[in-house]
Unconditional design. Structure first.
Length: 249
């Protein structure tokens, strides 16, 4: 009976061993699974991190009580701003509160004791998302008016700090009449007010918004009643650390 010789290669194959690098098929399987496991773990961490970041930016982790304390500062603003005197103080409607999800707000009408002009000022503080998306172009267009032109960023210097607010005028739809309403508006994360194009993507969890509406400038006047009020009112907000990067002395 002839003996059959078995080569070392055949012997290793029968024993379930690889002929390359002395690794078994089982070892190769483990090596192929390891990178996939790391990739899955990385994806999970990225998803969790994105969720935490989104929750932070939408104020999900903040208590309404702590934010309401900041909003309460709006109630302490003086009744007088330059030549402007407080005429009325109103609470916003419940439906508006639900839409804005705001922590607090101020809605006042002021009258100029010299000219008799009246303006309405609305300051609101709340989560970045709903506060950022509501603009006068949308709100006033639903009440029988339309923009009389594109909005323009208006630079304003307040106590040595550069600020800017959007300025837009409105008129009756399909009318060639002169604008009958002027609005200044903008946002702040606590620092100087900005005529921001995309406040929705600011890296902050909460925003302030200001909106002032009133009559446009009369013929021959360089400054409108609305702008005059804005210049008198913004320093009052700075006194409660809204719209300023400077510490209160």
């Amino acid at each position: 009976m002839k003996s059959v010789s078995v080569s070392k290669v055949d012997l290793r194959a029968k024993q379930g061993k690889s002929t390359v690098n002395n690794r078994t098929p089982q070892e190769y399987q483990k090596l192929s699974i390891a990178p996939r496991g790391k990739a899955v773990l990385l994806c999970v961490l990225l998803i969790m991190g994105g969720g935490v970041a989104h929750g932070y930016l939408d104020s999900r982790w903040k208590t309404k009580e702590s934010e309401a304390e900041k909003a309460e500062l709006l109630r302490d603003l003086p009744r007088k701003a330059g030549n402007w005197e407080l005429a009325s103080n109103t609470e916003i409607e419940g439906s508006a509160k639900r839409i804005l999800q705001c922590y607090g707000s101020l809605l006042r009408e002021y009258v100029n004791g010299t000219t008799g002009d009246r303006v309405t000022v609305f300051v609101v503080y709340g989560p970045r998302g709903p506060i950022a998306v509501h603009t006068p172009e949308v709100c006033y267009s639903s009440t029988g008016t339309e923009p009389a032109g594109d909005r323009v960023a208006k630079p304003i210097l307040i106590n040595g700090e550069s600020q800017s607010l959007w300025n837009v005028k409105f008129r009756k739809p399909r009318s060639t009449d002169l604008p009958h309403l002027e609005v200044f508006y903008g946002w702040s994360d606590g620092g100087p007010w900005q005529a921001a194009s995309l406040p929705r993507v600011w890296l902050t969890d909460s925003l302030y918004k200001i909106q002032v509406a009133g009559p446009p400038a009369r013929s021959g006047d360089e400054v409108s009643p609305v702008e005059d009020f804005v210049r008198a009112f913004l320093p009052l907000l700075q006194q409660v650390e809204i719209g300023t990067a400077k510490p209160i002395p």
